[in-house]
Design a protein around this ligand. Structure first.
Ligand code: GDP
Ligand code: IMO
Ligand code: MG
Length: 423
């Protein structure tokens, strides 16, 4: 069996949680391969809204195994809080959640370092979620990090102290107040104790074992391709490989075992945090999109920046990921517009047009070139199948498919599990 991968193609928050939840019944295993508590994946069903940060989005389905892979950076405090919060839903964590011993642990000083680095950047700050993601991946690459397996060893406390001492030296350089550290450490060690009771495994054996048995595995991406450490709008990115290749390194699955690559995008575009965003709207249309789409961060509550769909950016993401199927999310949010704009190219200061995201491209110099199409300007609430779509929405889907060269197999028309139209 091959492993399918599901990824956000924009700057995150495309609706990955919702789609994983919708697809989950077709799978035996859902696995996260990168990122950490910076993610906020929303699922809505039976009138309840759940936001998951580190736990894979298959957790609400009784017969699905959920794996947190080696590529993830994991905060024990956030994990404990998430599991505690889900206890009332009778989830069999002991049976259905497995965590890689090779995943990296976020410790309290990683979060303090995140804050210190951001503060030192002033108005050039990344807009990090301040969950400690960057500093933890830095330590991983620097070969000094703590891993989940370390918490089982008798020398964990010494290893922890050694790392904290290194962090304190850096924090003192930034003149960062450490007053809150003792309290953070108390909560951290409580969570580590709880963590020791979870299923900690060499998850690469589990995942490859499942594939060998013919089980279906879905890798759930976090963030989006335009936040990828290599291909995103650097330095305004996250610190992990958010693209399809990250599913191989983050789970230990060979490239020859990748099957479908599902690329998810919003029918428009959003971004939270700093960095270039060529189609960003600063007018009442942007404000209306934010309001209609409820575009406020699932993790931080920050308002998301909003703009029209950006085809050069989507084509880029499709190229680097080898997307085989597209899923368009939040189609209903565009109900409010009489006309919809689609960015097909960028115009350079010298008047030439480009459709590539090159190294030299600086979004402050470029102007998006739009094609304007008629909106459907009506509610999609009663729509139950693709045939029931207004013609303008069908035309929008067909236009995007033609421009992107990949079939759009799913259109989402609302946050609930049921508001999903398959083609
Ligand atoms: P993720 O990080 O990719 O899982 O996405 P988030 O959960 O951060 O953000 C997506 C938001 O859009 C959530 O609040 C979802 O409930 C909501 N959502 C998902 N699909 C749709 C849709 O088709 N229409 C509307 N209106 N909301 C949606
Ligand atoms: P999901 O999985 C949207 C953004 C932050 C910031 C940058 C770096 O829910 O789609 P970090 O905390 O990683 O150092 O922040 O990346 N960011 C996200 N934006 N959705 C996310 O996750 C994000 N995770 C990080 O806003 O600009
Ligand atoms: Mg999110």
């Amino acid at each position: 069996m091959k492993m399918d991968v599901l990824l956000g193609l924009q700057w995150g928050d495309e609706g990955k949680g919702k789609v994983v939840d919708v697809l989950a019944p077709q799978y035996d295993v859902v696995a996260r391969f990168q990122g950490g508590p910076n993610a906020g994946h929303t699922l809505e069903f039976d009138g309840i809204k759940h936001v998951l940060h580190q736990i894979p989005s298959g957790i609400f389905r009784e017969n699905i195994t959920n794996i947190i892979g080696n590529g993830v950076v994991l905060d024990p405090v956030v994990l404990k809080k998430e599991i505690d919060g889900l206890q009332k839903f009778n989830i069999a964590f002991k049976k259905n959640l497995f965590i890689s011993k090779k995943a990296t642990i976020i410790i309290p000083t990683h979060k303090l370092l995140d804050a210190a680095y951001e503060k030192s950047k002033g108005d050039k700050k990344i807009g990090s979620t301040l969950k400690g993601i960057g500093p933890t991946y830095q330590d991983k690459i620097g070969r000094v990090a703590l891993r989940v397996g370390d918490i089982l060893a008798s020398d964990f406390d010494e290893k922890y102290q050694a790392l904290v001492e290194k962090h304190k030296t850096i924090l003192s350089f930034y003149e960062f107040d450490l007053g809150q550290l003792p309290e953070l450490e108390k909560v951290f060690f409580d969570a580590v104790e709880f963590f020791r009771g979870l299923n900690l495994v060499d998850s690469e054996y589990e995942v490859n074992g499942f594939l060998a048995e013919g089980k279906k595995v879905l890798a759930e991406g976090a963030q989006g391709s335009l936040l990828d450490i290599d291909f995103g709008s650097y330095p305004f990115v996250t610190s992990s490989t958010t693209m399809a290749a990250g599913a191989c390194t983050g789970l230990g699955v060979p490239p020859s075992k990748i099957g479908e690559v599902y690329g998810i995008f919003k029918a428009y575009c959003t971004r939270v945090g700093s960095g270039p965003f060529p189609t960003e709207l600063f007018d009442e249309d942007g404000e209306a999109m934010r309001k209609e789409g409820n575009e406020f961060g699932s993790t931080t509550g920050r308002p998301r920046r909003c703009g029209w769909i950006d085809l050069p950016a989507l084509r880029y993401s499709i190229m680097i990921n080898g997307v085989t199927q597209l899923f368009m999310m939040k189609g209903d949010v565009l109900n409010i517009f009489k006309e919809i704009k689609v960015c097909t190219h960028y115009q350079m200061p010298d008047g030439s047009t480009v459709d590539r995201l090159t190294y030299e491209l600086d979004s402050s110099d470029i102007k998006p070139v739009y094609k304007t199409v008629p909106g459907w300007h009506q509610s999609l609430e009663a729509v139950e199948s693709y045939d029931g779509f207004p013609n303008e929405l069908k035309d929008y889907v067909t236009l995007l498919e033609k421009e992107l060269g990949v079939p759009i197999k799913l259109v989402s028309v609302g946050p609930d599990r049921k508001q999903t139209i398959l083609r």
